[in-house]
Ligand binder design. Structure first.
Ligand SMILES: [Zn+2]
Length: 78
């Protein structure tokens, strides 16, 4: 009897989670707000000199002091 009740309970929790439900004691609440960033965490962005796409400085290709999003845009600028 109790085994059935527990089983049904587990199924209900599983279905609840399947539809995006949050179970507080399983899904620990996030300590940090996602919109808040620690100092230095936000990467500097720069616009591609050819197409204007914003890219992070780690992704940017730097050529003759200009940043490009891809080799294609770098070639286009020549
Ligand atoms: Zn580009």
């Amino acid at each position: 009897m109790w085994l059935k009740v527990i089983f049904i309970g587990i199924v209900l929790v599983f279905v609840y989670r399947l539809f995006g439900g949050k179970v507080p004691f399983i899904d620990k609440p996030k300590e940090h707000n996602e919109n808040e960033h620690d100092f230095g965490e936000v990467e500097a962005t720069s616009a591609c000199a050819t197409c204007g796409t914003y890219i992070t400085e780690t992704d940017a290709l730097i050529y003759q002091k200009k940043s490009y999003c891809s080799l294609f845009c770098l070639e286009e600028s020549k």
